[in-house]
Design a protein around this ligand. Structure first.
Ligand code: HEM
Length: 411
């Protein structure tokens, strides 16, 4: 009967032209078949309804990250309109600036946000990791996101900035509200706008306190940062604090979730880490390649761009498909397979490239390495409850809002 698969049809099925809609929930379920078709059939894809262009090949995405003359960040780096809401004027995010404004701020911020400061956090990250991980693993069944992955990254950012322990739960609650979006609604929800204002107010108070009494945290370091007499204004420092909340919190939470999810789907790979927890960084690295948490960033063309027989006109919105670049078989062998131990950290597009290369890449890696190493030290095996996993639906962030796991403890 028609409901049964008959003999193979003589002609291959004819597919229509590839359609890529970053808002489509079916696309979120598994974007990789669409990415593959884009790379093969439409490397300069144009969606006239949503008014964007998209680059999907590794070489083109990497080149676009470096092409700051023709591709601007100043109109925002998301497909969606205003990510921040009404206080955007206060939030001076250098993520959404072009050079020389961007470079000036990034250099000043980098005086405080140094690799050394991040490396010095290692002990504290371990303590924070164990605080949440030990009771969760002890309970054997828990939600990896709500009990662990959703807590650690924002607490680490608070630690860095010097937010006292007693305020961190509230700060985390506000930070989660700031990025929270209603399913299917593009406008920034009122609760997110209110939370933004609260956070901005909180950080402004913190700055005022640090002015009176200097401390050893990042907040004081940013106040002290100076290059040839030039300093950051309070609004700029608050803008950066906010940028960490928006760019460094949810992305790291989702990375930790994706690692556990794909680990459960690739048991023989992750068994190597569960046997030898020191290999946790390889698990992290492959998750960053295979299913990264920041999938798409946007640019605006400021000149006509000719590429692969197409022309992206000046003014066009251009999406850089990071998740697709990371699966390009021109660059990665067996790109569709989850394989730990690849030597791919220099090639993955997960942290962008060029002048806007993720400032927190070393922090994200440090946190995820510690978290997964400690997980592997305590866990002999684990299962996820596939039916109760919940995906977030976003045009750029990829990962889970809920990820129930059951662990078998090591003895
Ligand atoms: C920029 C990804 C974690 C701070 C970026 C960009 C990407 C990215 C793709 C480039 C955006 C663009 O070119 O438009 C990620 C991922 C993370 C992560 C996947 C976690 C897995 C963090 C953390 C922090 C952070 C933990 C800080 C606490 C920043 C900042 C920028 C940035 C400040 C802007 C840099 C600039 O414009 O010069 N990130 N990020 N990120 N990220 Fe991250």
């Amino acid at each position: 009967s028609a409901s049964h698969a008959g003999p193979a049809s003589p002609d291959p099925p004819t597919l229509g032209p590839v359609i890529f809609n970053p808002y489509d929930y079916a696309f979120h379920e598994d974007p990789y078949p669409t990415y593959r078709r884009l790379r093969e059939e439409a490397p300069v894809y144009h969606n006239p309804d949503l008014e964007f262009w998209a680059l999907s090949r590794h070489a083109d995405v990497v080149a676009a990250f470096r092409d700051n003359t023709r591709l601007s960040s100043a109109n925002g780096v998301s497909l969606d309109p205003s990510a921040y809401g009404p206080n955007a004027h206060k939030v001076m995010s250098f993520l959404a600036m072009d050079d020389p404004r961007h470079m000036r701020m990034r250099r000043l911020v980098s005086k405080g946000f140094t690799p050394r400061r991040v490396a010095d956090l290692e002990e504290r990250i371990l303590e924070l990791t164990l605080r949440y991980l030990e009771p969760a693993v002890g309970a054997r069944e828990f939600d990896w996101i709500s009990e662990f992955a959703g807590k650690l990254p924002m607490d680490v950012i608070s630690e860095l900035m010097g937010v006292p322990e007693s305020d961190r739960n509230e700060i985390r609650r506000l930070a989660d509200l700031v990025v929270h979006r209603e399913e299917g609604v593009l406008d920034v929800p009122v609760a997110a706008m209110e939370a933004s204002l609260h956070l901005v107010g909180y950080y402004a108070d913190m700055l005022a306190e640090r002015r009176k009494k200097e401390t050893s945290d990042l907040t004081s370091a940013l106040l002290a940062a100076e290059i040839d007499g030039d300093r950051l204004t309070d609004d700029e420092i608050i803008g950066f604090m906010f940028l960490m909340v928006v760019a460094g919190n949810e992305t790291t939470t989702k990375l930790l979730g994706n690692a556990l999810y794909w680990g459960a789907h690739n048991k023989s790979e992750v068994a190597q880490v569960l046997r030898d927890p020191a290999r946790a960084p390889q698990w992290v690295e492959e998750t960053l390649r295979y299913d990264t948490s920041s999938q798409i960033v946007a640019r605006t063309a400021v000149a006509d761009i000719e590429l692969h027989d197409a022309t992206i006109p000046a003014g066009g919105k251009v999406l850089l498909l990071i998740g697709s670049a990371n699966r390009d078989s021109d660059v990665f062998d067996t790109a569709a397979d989850f394989r730990i131990g690849r030597d791919s950290s220099q090639k993955i597009a997960s942290f962008g490239g060029g002048v806007h290369f993720c400032l927190g890449a070393h922090l994200a890696r440090l946190e995820a390495n510690i978290a997964l190493e400690q997980f592997a030290r305590r866990v002999a095996d684990y299962e996820i409850d596939e039916d109760r996993c919940e995906r977030v639906h976003s045009t750029n962030v990829r990962g889970f809002a809920a990820l129930p796991v059951e662990v078998t403890e090591r003895h």
